[in-house]
Design a protein around this ligand. Structure first.
Ligand code: FAD
Length: 470
């Protein structure tokens, strides 16, 4: 058995419990060198997720300190950094938990081959998902393109119990040098928005676990009905934690199962939503182009508009359509957006404004603290109609009708759109503090006239769709 150190390359698995890689490292008895690398792939992610990642890294470093080890921080191409650390520590292995987006897969494949060529044990682990995307197959050995059969196929599959967090970790005697997190300035691109969004973040493993318990003790009971109402705190809000791996998905799944077994209504629907996350990864693995190109190539001829003044009004939460603007403003104030609101804001951009879904996908990727490469891509292609199992294009959400149905008392719209109230609340006003000063937005300005008449926008979208299919 090797006694050499193991470099544990942490990425989106910033937790101690439900961590197969960490559990295997502890079981090996070998000393560990946990490292987080700010490599070009990580530097390429958007402003809000980069900032939020920094909070996650800081929390995880603290958790590791509690177990007597450090989190070494280094910046540079991953392979170069890992090779340098192997040389400095004499480590015999580099281990990591798998990621599945195209950029990470390309990087990790190259890193694995190069390290193996160096004679270093390079090993990847599961941990980000309930099921590895290639493990779930249709009866004929293909992959699922539609959610319901995917759900039927995976619902009954066993999910291993999560490993408990280790009580102690064995570090190396001489620690390699580390960068200082502050020097990376991960929040630089967030500008002043960070100070507003900060209070909505529940960072780290303990906070995520507390949130899961609170959800399963309360809102889950009415989750099936209330998850669609953005004015109600009816969902788990775990997406920000799941995306950085601050809580393990198997832990969440088993907690959901227990809640269901205890008879809590809504728990089964919650498990189903967790499966949507899995499904998005299944799709991204089998069709990586989902992140960048129409999943259905027949959509390549659709007359999408590119960026425009109207799209800019959408980005600024100034379309004059209250439900859409509330959605966009919720994102600047809290870092996330309710699922129903994502669907409305996305539908409005791609249909009423006929704008390419990539414009929206890129903007969400820059602004969401819960940005997830698979869920964001699947969500956008779903609303646009170009994706697998997508809403048909001709089903154009009417934001006013949706508001009437899901925000009848206007609680959500008033919460985030200051111009709709005589005395706007703190969150509606916080929007003006969160957005770039260069936008020159002020709460005392009058609310804009709609960018597009809803009926005309719908008619134009359907005409474009009809022409494509003629
Ligand atoms: P809950 O309702 O409590 O659900 C629990 C968990 O299940 C979520 O945390 C999430 O991990 C998963 N989940 C729920 N719904 C979905 C879904 N439709 N697709 C995939 N996973 C789901 N989710 C992200 O995590 N990151 C994104 O960048 C993202 N972008 C989206 C973009 C668009 C256009 C759309 C329509 C949806 C997007 N979603 C994204 C999915 C969904 O909106 C969020 O996962 C959800 O709002 C998170 O809130 P919650 O944690 O309270 O969810």
């Amino acid at each position: 058995m090797s006694e050499t150190a193991l470099i544990l390359w942490l990425r989106r698995d910033l937790r101690l419990g439900d961590q197969p890689m960490l559990a295997a490292a502890v079981a090996s008895g070998r000393p560990v060198v946990p490292v987080f690398i700010l490599d070009p792939e990580t530097e390429a992610i958007g402003a809000a997720p980069t900032w939020r990642l920094g909070l996650s890294v800081a929390a995880f470093a603290k958790a590791l300190e509690g177990l007597g080890v450090r989190l070494v921080l280094r910046r540079g191409p991953a392979l170069e950094v890992l090779r340098a650390l192997v040389a400095e520590t004499g480590a015999g292995g580099v281990w990591w938990s798998r990621l599945y987006d195209p950029a990470s897969v390309a990087r990790d494949t190259a890193v694995k081959a190069a390290l193996k060529g160096d004679g270093v044990e390079a090993r990847s682990f599961a941990g980000h998902l309930l099921h590895e995307p290639w493990e779930v197959e249709t009866g004929t050995g293909g992959f699922y393109r539609v959610f319901t059969p995917y759900w039927k196929a995976t619902r009954g599959l066993g999910v291993a119990a999560p490993e408990p967090a280790p009580k102690a970790l064995r570090g190396v005697e001489r620690w390699p040098a580390s960068d200082r997190l502050e020097d990376w300035s991960l929040g630089a691109a967030m500008n002043r928005g960070a100070s507003v969004v900060l209070s909505y973040q529940a960072v780290g493993e303990a906070a995520a676990r507390a949130k899961l318990s609170a959800f399963l003790d309360g809102p889950v009971a009415r989750y099936s009905e209330m998850r669609d109402y953005p004015g109600v705190a009816g969902t788990s809000r775990l997406s920000e934690n799941l995306t950085y791996g601050e809580i393990g998905i198997r832990e969440v799944w088993h907690a959901g199962l227990r809640a269901r077994d205890e008879g809590r209504a809504g728990a089964e629907s919650f498990l189903r939503e967790l499966a949507w996350r899995e499904f998005s990864y299944h799709l991204m693995h089998h069709t990586p182009q989902i992140t960048s190109a129409n999943w259905r190539p027949e959509w390549d001829s659709f007359p999408w508009r590119g960026d425009s003044e109207a799209a800019e009004r959408w980005r600024r939460g100034m379309t004059g359509e209250p439900f859409v603007d509330a959605a966009m403003r919720e994102m600047y104030v809290t870092g996330t957006m309710h699922n129903r609101a994502r669907m409305i804001a996305g539908s409005y951009l791609t249909k009423h404004l006929l704008t390419h879904w990539k414009v929206g996908l890129d903007w969400f990727a820059d602004c969401l603290t819960d940005w997830d490469p698979a869920a964001n891509a699947m969500g956008w292609q779903w609303v646009a109609g170009s994706g697998p199992d997508a809403a048909p294009y001709f089903r154009v959400f009417n934001p006013a009708g949706q508001a009437e149905k899901f925000d009848k008392d206007a609680r959500y719209r008033r919460r985030f759109v200051a111009e709709l109230s005589k005395s706007p609340g703190p969150e509606a006003l916080a929007f003006f503090e969160a957005v770039p000063r260069s936008w020159r937005l002020r709460p005392d300005q009058s609310y804009p006239k709609p960018v597009v008449d809803l009926a005309a926008g719908r008619a134009a979208a359907l005409a474009a769709y009809g022409a494509r299919n003629a």
